[in-house]
Design a protein around this ligand. Sequence first.
Ligand SMILES: NC(=O)c1ccc[n+]([C@@H]2O[C@H](COP(=O)([O-])OP(=O)(O)OC[C@H]3O[C@@H](n4cnc5c(N)ncnc54)[C@H](O)[C@@H]3O)[C@@H](O)[C@H]2O)c1
Length: 380
Amino acid sequence: MRHKARHKGPVITMNWNTTLDVKTRVAVGAGARQKLSSILAQLGAGKRVLIVCQPSTAVHWLRDILDTLPGEDFQVTTLEVPDGEQCKTTEWLLRIWEHLEGRGFDRQDTIVALGGGAVLDLAGFACSTYLRGLNLVLIPTSLLAQVDASIGGKNAINLPTGKNLAGTFFFPRAVLADQEVLSTLPEKQITSGLAEIIKYAMIEETVAKSTDYEKGPKPLFELIEDMVKESVEWDDPTLAGLITNCIKMKLYVVHRDPHETGVRRCLNLGHTLGHAIEAQSEFELSHGEAVAIGLHHITKYSVSQKKLDKEALERVKEILMRAELPTDLPKGLTKERLIAQMNSDKKRSGDKVKLVVPQSKLGVVDFESSYPVTELAKLV
Ligand SMILES: NC(=O)c1ccc[n+]([C@@H]2O[C@H](COP(=O)([O-])OP(=O)(O)OC[C@H]3O[C@@H](n4cnc5c(N)ncnc54)[C@H](O)[C@@H]3O)[C@@H](O)[C@H]2O)c1
């Protein structure tokens, strides 16, 4: 299936120095995927290229990507991994390593991850560990992967005991965030990505204060409020602007704090409860749906602590509902289990837990305070 973008703006290319001595080229816009071969040439990459994809992305986009890699210049192989979260396993990690080993990949060669956040996480992990790192190029195909998972250099697979328990920090050499590939994305996944975009809007002021990120003339929150008055289509020009904006915001945050010791914690707004809901619902809710509930509940908590006014809470609820995201805990999840799950959060240290809490007005958060773990019960 091919779709043409109605609004084809220019592809914006940013050269990003990650502070960890890796330069990442980030191309954003309709048609960005066409830059793959020229970027590989600029990197001086070897001939061998492995494309890791899932059935959904293979059927819609693999041929298209293969067409951009001329046979005389590249030896391209592909590996299709199972859909969604099921690919983030040691079994599939091993299959990728074996694939690379069997075909004689060396450190100049490249892995291209074509898919949602799950494929990016798996391929990134495999790429960072094989020969201590090949070239990694990410082509994020879900909205959530474009605004979040493709940026920041975190990669992970799941272990039987929990999600993302084995992971690395490893930066891609290039990210090609192409809005056209969103044309085949199921509606539920567009909605899921919107939750992360709303999160960015809720931290915008604080990020602008703590990093070199510059706000536009209108707060992101207001832009999204206008956009969600109607159902959001993949080729909405406002969405295109928001994707670029969120990517920039995350790049600035990660540049300032690559290892999450300070401002990067802002990105976890709504995620402490969100992760617990995701795990307890056995991934029946998408990441974004769980985060949406987390955003609503942490805002409620802030209002109960008199740190934010009720009107802000109403706006958060309204924007989430208009984006067709859930705001309340799903039936069937017990509060005790959610609290127990939150207690095992990676951000816990002893009887304290770091929480990111909205403060004073929408766009501002406190990311520095620690709270007694007993406060977690007030989030549900
Ligand atoms: N590393 C990070 O910084 C980071 C950040 C956020 C999330 N994540 C991880 O990302 C994953 C969630 O990512 P996600 O929301 O993209 O989910 P996903 O990767 O599971 O993709 C969602 C679904 O959409 C399908 N899909 C993706 N692109 C498509 C397209 N263009 N057309 C048709 N179908 C398409 C996938 O096959 C899948 O069924 C989780 O594993 C999460 O842990 C990582």
